[in-house]
Design a protein around this ligand. Structure first.
Ligand code: CTP
Ligand code: MG
Length: 232
């Protein structure tokens, strides 16, 4: 008997949002009538592909238990970690008895509330037969400069440069293993980089430009604008 492959979502949500400079972590700021993290989770849940969503939350977080979505039957709460990669690993461990190594995991930043079902389905449909997995990414429209101090020392070949977004989709077993091996390595800023360290070559899938990460104060208004204009 073969078990059907499942899809899990993992949402790192244990950051403090330093660059946002607000009175609370950015995932709890309000945007179009809900907090950022509620938008993110409700969009993942309504895509109807995930068995459950494992969310990494800081132990000192007083906001999470107040949200109705924290008690949703498909939402699993895990402890956050020091860095984003630690939070992701902790969330993966929280589903170790439920997930099998061959299941797919889509890791998605809590701070990207404009994620669409279109992009989730595109990523899954493009990569479900792939050996390694991969990530949503965007090309850069601007010319990219290599700078030392304030001096330009070169111009990068833009055709080879992509901006890594989330979700990032990998097999449960290989992602957990790669993050365990890379633990404490500051170069691991996303899931793909942990797999790259293993010599693997994750794929890129061109995503939508409205899947922005809320990073600085002005991003909230931009996210609101995108949400008002999204109809899928
Ligand atoms: N994150 C996490 N655990 C950490 C750090 C970050 O789960 N130790 C999460 C954040 O909550 C966010 C995502 O990883 O959803 C992307 O990180 P980023 O945009 O850098 O968020 P923050 O680290 O909160 O922001 P900043 O870097 O400005 O402090
Ligand atoms: Mg950060």
């Amino acid at each position: 008997m073969t078990t059907a492959i499942k899809f899990w979502a993992v949402v790192p949500a244990a950051g403090v949002g330093k660059r946002m400079n607000a009175d609370r972590p950015k995932q709890y700021l309000e945007l179009a009538g809900k907090t950022v993290i509620e938008h993110t989770l409700l969009r993942l849940l309504s895509a109807n592909v995930f068995t459950a969503v494992a969310v990494a939350i800081s132990k000192e977080d007083p906001y999470w238990p107040e949200l109705e979505v924290s008690g949703h039957e498909q939402v699993i709460t895990a402890d956050g970690g020091k860095e984003r990669a630690d939070s992701v690993l902790s969330a993966l461990k929280s589903i170790r008895d439920l997930a099998s190594d061959e299941d797919w995991v889509l890791v998605h930043d809590a701070a990207r509330p404009c994620i669409t079902a279109t992009d989730i389905n595109l990523l899954i449909d493009t990569l479900r037969a792939d050996e390694v997995g991969g990530i949503l990414a965007l090309s850069s429209h601007d010319t990219l400069k290599d700078v030392q101090g304030k001096n330009i020392v070169g111009t990068l070949d833009r055709s080879h440069i992509w901006r890594a977004l989330t979700p990032q989709m990998f097999k449960y077993g290989s992602l957990k293993n790669a993050l365990e091996i890379a633990e404490g390595n500051p170069a691991i800023t996303d899931e793909a980089s942990a797999l790259e360290l293993q010599g693997l070559q994750p794929k890129i899938v061109e995503g939508r430009p409205d899947n922005i990460k809320i990073t600085r104060p002005e991003d909230l208004a931009l996210a609101q604008f995108y949400m008002e204009h999204q109809n899928d």
